[in-house]
Design a protein around this ligand. Structure first.
Ligand SMILES: Nc1ncnc2c1ncn2[C@@H]1O[C@H](COP(=O)(O)OP(=O)(O)OP(=O)(O)O)[C@@H](O)[C@H]1O
Ligand SMILES: [Mg+2]
Length: 303
């Protein structure tokens, strides 16, 4: 269960005259997401979606509010003194894989994040991309209790096979197609067996057909975790309304900047779903109308 309570993020910026200013990237977002759900976030460009996702992942601290995962605090607003910072580090639970290296005494393994542009390391083979992620996750574990290199290779191969990349283990990302790279990113996210996968426009760079295939793969892999003790939560940012409705249990529509939740649209349609199901299309049209309204409003203001 993810709970975001009154999350706001203010960012200081320096304007062209060299004066300090500020902007509100996220304003007062509260949402609870139960285990095993897929939730999409959709909204105009620059409205704060990525910022919100990074706050969920613990990659950025919010300015106000708090995130809890299974009741445990992720990150609170940063403290202002060094003394408070020491307490802060001890208190919160840092879940970002990037920060695990900084806070090795608090290794956490709950979240995997797939970024749009930097999904995989181009200088590592497919299999090493995954082994690298696995290594990061065991950094805080005693050496004797860590899995061996061979075990990690086996696990990496297992997850590559799951996403249909058997045979590409020793290829570099440049030798893979865009869709295959996204599959690799997905395999890497799954390999650390996270409770939550956060995806920032994961399929933006692939053609429509591959995209549909990737969506179905994602649904299949997610459905497999339904048998686990804690089925995974997937949160995904997309600009594609059809993708959002087809995949999700709920679509969260963000308002234009500063990002706040404008609407939450449940998609109570059983899976497997048909893309042409009139009930799905009806929901898509409602969301389109909402986004269109926001764009028209913005244009009126700027005239
Ligand atoms: N580090 C930063 N410094 C200054 N401004 C920032 C920073 N990070 C984000 N912003 C600003 O915060 C706002 C929200 O950015 P964010 O990347 O979260 O938007 P987004 O909804 O993900 O947009 P897109 O759909 O285009 O990816 C934007 O106005 C952006 O310029
Ligand atoms: Mg973004």
């Amino acid at each position: 269960m993810i709970e975001a309570r009154s999350i706001s993020k203010f960012i200081s910026v320096v304007n062209e005259n060299g004066l300090a200013g500020g902007l509100t990237a996220v304003l007062n977002v509260s949402i609870s997401i139960p285990d095993g759900k897929i939730v999409s976030i959709i909204g105009p460009s620059g409205c704060g979606k990525s910022t919100f996702l990074e706050i969920l992942a613990g990659l950025q601290a919010p300015t106000e509010g708090e995130i809890r995962i299974d009741g445990k605090l992720v990150l609170e607003p940063l403290p202002s003194t060094r003394k408070e910072m020491e307490d802060y580090k001890r208190r919160y639970r840092f879940i970002s894989p990037l920060a695990n290296g900084v806070f090795t005494d608090h290794p956490k393994h709950d979240i995997a994040m797939i970024f749009q542009d930097y999904a995989v390391f181009p200088w590592m083979t497919a299999i090493n991309n995954i082994v690298f992620a696995l290594r990061l996750r065991v950094a805080g574990i005693k050496r004797r209790e860590r899995p061996t290199h061979k075990e990690m290779l086996e696990k990496a191969s297992y997850y590559l096979a799951k996403v249909g990349l058997s045979g590409s283990e020793y290829k570099y990302p440049s030798q893979l197609s865009g869709g295959m790279r996204q599959r690799l990113a997905l395999a890497r996210a799954l390999s650390v067996e996270p409770k939550i996968i956060l995806m920032d426009e994961p399929f933006a760079a692939v053609d429509a057909l591959s995209r549909e295939k990737l969506q179905d793969d994602l649904l299949r892999l997610w459905a497999e975790t339904k048998e686990n003790a804690t089925p995974i939560i997937i949160i995904l940012i997309t600009h594609d309304v059809q993708e959002a409705v087809y995949l999700s249990d709920e679509v969260v529509v963000f308002s234009p900047s500063p990002g706040s939740i404008r609407n939450r649209i449940p998609v109570d349609i059983e899976r497997p779903r048909a893309r042409t199901d009139p009930a799905i299309i009806e929901i898509q049209e409602r969301i389109f109308a909402m986004l269109q309204y926001d764009i028209n409003q913005e244009n009126e203001y700027s005239i």
